[in-house]
Design a protein around this ligand. Structure first.
Ligand code: RP5
Length: 167
């Protein structure tokens, strides 16, 4: 059974949403990915959100742009955590999406990541699942350690070659 639902309002969101899926793939977490528009097909959306718990989802990652109601409406129906990803937009730079997703009224939280923050949404979903999965927690600790190692290696190189020769 998929543990995470990844849903986006349009296939134009795919380049960002695929980053969340990539992270889940790397960590061995099962997911289902769908394109469902809350505005353009409300009946399909309600069917999706109402059946999400029964399908075994523990977290939903929902991405949308502009008047981005998809994550908030998922949170209104699905009883477990919803992570919202605001899409960058050409007219307002993604502020429209960000404000639509982050400014949820009291009682219906959406954990909102940065504009186009697909990878962090995947990591946050993994961290939520890791609260009851020690093997996954170990993988996340290894991942954090690899981030640290990468910075240490870059600084070591900087000290060796100096900033003028740093590439
Ligand atoms: C939203 O409208 C989608 O999430 C997308 O980010 C935005 C634009 O959709 P398209 O016109 O590209 O299909 O529902």
């Amino acid at each position: 059974m998929p543990k995470v639902g990844i849903v986006m309002g349009s296939d134009s969101d795919m380049p960002v949403m695929s980053k969340a899926a990539d992270v889940l793939d790397q960590l061995g977490i099962s997911y289902e990915m769908r394109i469902i528009s809350a505005h353009r097909e409300p009946d399909e959306f309600f069917e999706y959100a109402r059946s999400a718990e029964k399908k075994g989802f523990k977290v939903i990652i929902a991405g949308a742009g502009m008047a981005a109601h998809l994550p908030g409406m998922c949170a209104a129906i699905f009883p477990m955590p919803v992570i919202g990803i605001p899409m960058h937009t050409t007219s307002l730079g993604g502020r429209d999406s960000l404000y639509s997703i982050v400014q949820m009224p009291s009682g219906i939280p959406v954990a909102t990541v940065a504009i186009n923050g697909g990878a962090n949404a995947g990591l946050l979903a993994a961290k939520i699942l890791a609260t009851s999965d020690d093997e996954l927690l170990g993988k996340l600790k290894d991942y954090s350690a690899s981030l640290k190692d990468a910075v240490v290696a870059k600084d070591k190189k900087l000290q060796e070659v100096g900033y003028k020769n740093y590439k």
